[in-house]
Design a protein around this ligand. Structure first.
Ligand SMILES: Cc1cc2nc3c(=O)[nH]c(=O)nc-3n(C[C@H](O)[C@H](O)[C@H](O)COP(=O)(O)OP(=O)(O)OC[C@H]3O[C@@H](n4cnc5c(N)ncnc54)[C@H](O)[C@@H]3O)c2cc1C
Length: 470
């Protein structure tokens, strides 16, 4: 395999020649080499392992992007693919000598097709922009994450992002009708069909969904839209046990059906931490052991609102929940969502802090959380470990403020080591670099070997996100 770059005179001359030729493949604003600007592309949202790339290539067209990759492939030069850099496991963080390939200038909305309930966009567009354009047309793109203002559709697809409404609409995989990807050697694979049923041979788009940019660079996507409901309602409810929380989810599902689109769980440790760290106003007079934030889509607002009220008052009467509050306006809903969506901000204020996102069968969740917390307090005292998650999908997050950054590895051993059978070390954020050593907890050796085989087939010179995932 050819050399990446070295610091000898000859190595530097080769690097200079490489960059000069790379720059010629792009327009004037297409290649960044100035060190002060490169710093912006030096790590993902975690801020960990910061490392400025050798240069940033910012193609403005798919053709330019294809030529950049063909050239890097020819020279076996490693490339880090970057979207909005909101990833949480180091996948988009460059390593020394790598060229960062940013999708930020490939951010157009190309087509809105109301007849096919579909929108075709370039991969660098932010999720918030896609949601906004869909809404302007009376439609909804239901993927929704707290990082919506910065994360890109390409990043969402590459990580098979989940988020708040997976319960009803599934992950990014369920919302991609077709896509275009550029392979490591620069070949463009365009598969932008918009029909839902298409069984003509292999459905190749899935190779690029959730594979974290290791098999190709997503450049365009045809996204599936749904009608925007007449209104939305947010409920914050509290319970005195985890089993009550599960019971509330079951009741809401049974009585509201598909209108229930989100059900987020927060353990008291999380809730108290978010209240104090961010100075939010306590919503209930009493404290409870668990809290749920639910979102309901209202098709007939008055009627559906009354249905939700009836369900909640029945639960209150039977003592199945402790307290509940319903949003009366958009501002109210935003205020209630703050309790859940401030998790990212809380993480950034709790340094040294780490986040984990695992999934496991709901029936095992309570015991798992208590086991992790007990071991954390016993083995790594002096920190704070709080739990919350997208309960409807069996997705659990831990946010942990450590006494010292050196405890991070021991914490991983507790969180991943205690996972019961059927659990996953990554519910949604992916593997990237930070979870690579733990992949064997969730995948068999046969699965890992097959992943490595696919990587070698798609990217024989391992230029794309080298060393990530497998
Ligand atoms: C506050 C906060 C809340 C979050 N909530 C959620 C959540 O609820 N659910 C969830 O799933 N995630 C969540 N995340 C994680 C993150 O937002 C998602 O993983 C998101 O999909 C990443 O998109 P991005 O554009 O920022 O990708 P980046 O961070 O830039 O990249 C992530 C990975 O995708 C690759 N990649 C990026 N673009 C492309 C492309 N065009 N083609 C191929 N590969 C590419 C990168 O190489 C990297 O491996 C959250 C993050 C934050 C900070």
């Amino acid at each position: 395999m050819a050399v990446q770059h070295d610091s000898t005179g000859a190595g530097q001359a080769r690097t200079d020649r490489f960059l000069l030729s790379l720059g010629r493949l792009l327009d004037d604003a297409g290649l960044i080499v100035e060190s002060d600007v490169l710093a912006r592309y030096s790590c993902d949202w975690t801020g960990k392992d910061r490392c400025s790339p050798l240069a940033v290539a910012r193609p403005k067209t798919v053709d330019e992007l294809s030529r950049v990759l063909a050239y890097c492939h020819e020279h076996s030069w490693p490339v880090t693919v970057q979207g909005g850099l909101t990833g949480l496991c180091g996948g988009a963080t460059p390593r020394s000598g790598e060229v960062a390939l940013s999708l930020e200038r490939l951010a157009a909305i190309e087509e809105f097709d109301a007849n096919a309930d579909c929108m075709t966009v370039q991969a660098g567009v932010t999720l918030a922009r896609v949601q906004e354009i869909a809404l302007q047309q009376g439609m909804s793109f239901p993927l929704d994450l707290a990082s919506r203002g910065s994360c890109t559709i390409g990043g969402n697809i590459a990580t098979n992002a989940g988020g708040n409404r997976v319960l009803r609409y599934g992950t990014a995989r369920n919302l991609v009708l077709g896509l275009e990807a550029v392979l490591a050697d620069g070949r463009v694979l365009t598969s932008l069909g918009t029909v839902i049923k298409d069984n003509a041979g292999f459905d190749l788009k899935h190779y690029f969904i959730g594979t974290e940019g290791t098999l190709g660079v997503v450049t365009r996507a045809a996204l599936r839209l749904y009608p925007e409901p007449a209104d939305r309602l947010t409920v914050l409810a509290s319970t005195t046990s985890f089993s009550q929380l599960r019971g509330l989810l079951a009741t809401l599902r049974r009585r509201l059906g598909n209108r229930l689109v989100a059900f987020e769980a927060m353990w008291d440790s999380y809730f108290e931490c978010v209240l104090t760290t961010l100075g939010l106003t306590r919503p209930f007079a009493n404290g409870y052991s668990h809290y749920a934030l639910a979102e309901v889509e209202l098709l007939e607002p008055e009627h559906d609102r009354r249905s939700v009220e009836r369900v909640l008052s029945d639960c209150l009467e039977k003592g199945e929940i402790g307290d509940a509050v319903m949003s009366a306006s958009c501002a109210d809903a935003t205020r209630l969502w703050q309790f859940r969506e401030s998790a990212g901000e809380m993480l950034s204020r709790l340094a040294p802090a780490v986040g984990h996102d695992v999934s496991l069968p709901m029936a095992k969740m309570d015991v798992y959380v208590e086991t992790v917390r007990a071991r954390f307090e016993r083995e790594l005292p002096g920190g704070v470990c709080v739990a919350f998650g997208h309960l409807g999908d069996g997705n659990l997050h831990f946010l942990t403020a450590l006494r010292t950054a050196e405890d991070a590895e021991a914490l991983d051993s507790i969180v991943y080591g205690e996972l019961p059978a059927g659990g996953s070390i990554s519910a949604e954020h992916g593997i990237g670099v930070s979870k690579k050593n733990w992949l064997k907890v969730s995948r068999t050796q046969t699965e890992i070997d097959l992943m490595r085989g696919l990587k070698a087939h798609f990217d024989p010179r391992a230029i794309l996100n080298r060393g990530r995932v497998v």
